[in-house]
Design a protein around this ligand. Sequence first.
Ligand SMILES: Cc1cc2nc3c(=O)[nH]c(=O)nc-3n(C[C@H](O)[C@H](O)[C@H](O)COP(=O)(O)O)c2cc1C
Length: 168
Amino acid sequence: MMQEIETRRSIRKYSYEVMNEEDLQKILEAGRLSPSAKNKQPWEFVVITNQEVKREIAQKLEDKLERENPTSEAILNCSAAIVIFNSLEDDDWNIFSLGICAENMMLEATHLGYGSLCVGLTSLIEEDIKCICNTKHHHLAIICVGKSNEEPEAPSRKELHEFVTYIR
Ligand SMILES: Cc1cc2nc3c(=O)[nH]c(=O)nc-3n(C[C@H](O)[C@H](O)[C@H](O)COP(=O)(O)O)c2cc1C
């Protein structure tokens, strides 16, 4: 597991290809099996593989930001955009649970040899996303998954001693 944690990178350049359905189901399954506060499983996913719909989302994001950007490029060229909504808006813990769920899916995507990206910027076009996905639930993020077309360097991380204290 440490290998997937270490090698997962945010991928913004993809060579578009239709995704193997079995792999897509494994990635979704990794989300489904995630822990959640009080086991509430506050997830709703809309899985977009349709090129025209991904193009529409990418274009709306570009219009909002008034520029082409790596995030919209990722949405356009990935094989599957897993749009995540909070299906139970009663509790802040749901956001925490959905973050764990998102990471589980990205780690499984890494394990299967795919690149992935967690996109939070689409919260800027939340109303468009809800309309396109036909849901009233709060939109949190999109997980892009696909065949990577780049090998980015690992961004630096804080060292453990900068944020860990021990009570022994
Ligand atoms: C909640 C969340 C939202 C993010 N939103 C975006 C985004 O909208 N666009 C983007 O290009 N990257 C986004 N990222 C990716 C981060 O920029 C990236 O994880 C960070 O720079 C570390 O790089 P790494 O994922 O390769 O380790 C997001 C990551 C997280 C966890």
